[in-house]
Design a protein around this ligand. Structure first.
Ligand code: ATP
Length: 413
């Protein structure tokens, strides 16, 4: 921890640990951060990974409140279910009361009661995510690893803790593949068998939860690896029979990364993910996954534009014609089509729109046109449109050119 965690975060963790001792509670670092510490993941040191989870044997909300009362950190939120969020400098930290979970039926959300650290670790998805590091002063830094997660890290294996793991919560199917591909690991033999048998259980979980897991996949550095693997395992087909994970996805996702900043990539990946769909198949998919309205709109536009691309497959189009064909579409849809289109001519037009045409503006504004004697209302609208078109086509290049054209138009009318 000393070697891999940023100083500020260590200070906060130590402070919480002191408070815990004072109030006779035990605190542990848990989950992904423990896994990444053991992997000596360099992104920890840089502080890029802000996801820090603590488990408290006792009462996490009370402990978080006690820490906040001393003024060392700020309590951002707390919940009835024993979870609290603290912030300190650049970091936020999630604290949760150790919990025990039981599943009434597959796919249902679990019933939760307070428990011990051991209860809290056994409810977790995979052995490599079910380790903890003690933060109590008498055994500070000691690894708690009841499910041999460290051995699995060394053997590069993703292993579930219980045979019912995937049927209790089928989101773990997507999570298993995400970690497997991110870390370059393999599904342990029995886990792979259980996963394949469990794919039907994807039908038991809500579309929202599937969408959330896909969003996490699309947050990975190379999501196409997980997508290809999910396709091979028959998981994609279970989510929608029209989803494909073939080579074209890898090629398109790679191009997307050259085009977009990381925070904007997941939405573009979604548009590329459904590129082979028909419009009615997309409708079903969006409904099933309860996609947010803005992204649904971009995905629908992606297919609408795909079906109109032939209009752009002509060498003689003027820039203004390209502009009027494309202006009504969501930018994401244009980007997705620029990536996926096989015609170099279409690609060139889409790129021209994205890099240039969509930014073209007239220099003259309404006030200036009024001063030239053009009255506000439909006449001005028409003049502005003609000026904009002339700008797009390079027929006017300066404000003076625009003035001349505007005056000639007002003389005509
Ligand atoms: P990442 O690097 O992807 O953020 P993480 O391990 O921090 O990994 P989170 O999704 O933040 O992942 O979850 C935190 C921890 O909660 C996991 O390490 C795992 O122990 C547990 N967890 C999350 N989702 C599940 C689940 N569906 N079933 C069981 N345990 C889960």
């Amino acid at each position: 921890m000393e070697q891999h965690l940023p100083r500020q975060l260590l200070e906060l963790i130590k402070y919480i640990s002191e408070q815990a001792v004072r109030h006779e509670q035990r605190v542990y670092l848990v989950g992904g951060i423990v896994r990444d510490l053991l992997l000596e993941d360099p992104s920890l040191r840089s502080g890029l990974r802000f996801d820090v989870d603590l488990v408290v044997e006792g009462d996490a909300v009370r402990l978080a409140q006690q820490v906040a009362d001393t003024g060392q950190a700020k309590l951002l939120a707390h919940h009835r279910f024993g979870t609290a969020k603290l912030s300190y400098g650049d970091f936020t930290l999630d604290m949760a009361t150790a919990r025990k979970e039981t599943y009434a039926r597959p796919g249902a959300l679990p019933a939760v009661t307070p428990g011990t650290l051991k209860d809290d670790l056994i409810r977790r998805d995979f052995s490599i995510n079910a380790m903890a590091i003690s933060l109590s002063s008498h055994d500070y830094g000691e690894l708690v690893d009841p499910h041999q997660g460290k051995t699995d890290l060394e053997r590069h294996l993703i292993r579930v803790l219980r045979t019912e793991s995937f049927s209790d919560d089928a989101t773990r199917i997507l999570r298993a593949v995400r970690y497997e591909q991110r870390l370059g690991f393999e599904l342990e033999t029995q886990t792979a068998r259980l996963l394949k048998r469990g794919t039907a259980m994807l039908d038991t979980i809500s579309g929202d939860r599937i969408r959330h897991e896909l969003e996490l996949v699309f947050g990975e550095e190379q999501p196409e690896l997980a997508i290809r693997r999910l396709a091979k395992l028959g998981v994609l087909h279970r989510i929608s029979p029209f989803l494909k994970g073939d080579g074209s996805i890898a090629e398109r996702f790679g191009k997307a990364r050259r085009l977009k900043r990381p925070t904007q990539l997941p939405s573009l990946y979604f548009c590329l993910f459904i590129y082979a769909f028909g419009e009615s198949e997309l409708g079903q998919f969006l409904g099933h996954l309860n996609m947010p309205a803005k992204l649904s709109h971009a995905m629908r536009d992606t297919l609408r534009l795909k079906n109109t691309l032939w209009l752009l497959d002509r060498s003689s189009l003027k820039p203004s014609e390209v502009y009027y064909l494309l202006q009504e579409y969501d930018t994401l849809a244009i980007e997705a089509n620029a990536i996926a289109s096989e015609s170099s001519m279409v690609h060139r037009y889409l790129q021209l729109f994205l890099t240039k045409l969509r930014y073209v503006r007239t220099s003259l504004n309404g006030e200036e046109l009024k001063r030239l004697g053009i009255s506000a209302g439909p006449e001005m609208g028409k003049v502005l449109q003609i000026l904009h078109k002339a700008r797009l086509d390079g027929e006017v290049n300066t404000k003076a050119d625009e003035k001349k054209l505007a005056l000639s138009l007002s003389l005509e009318s």
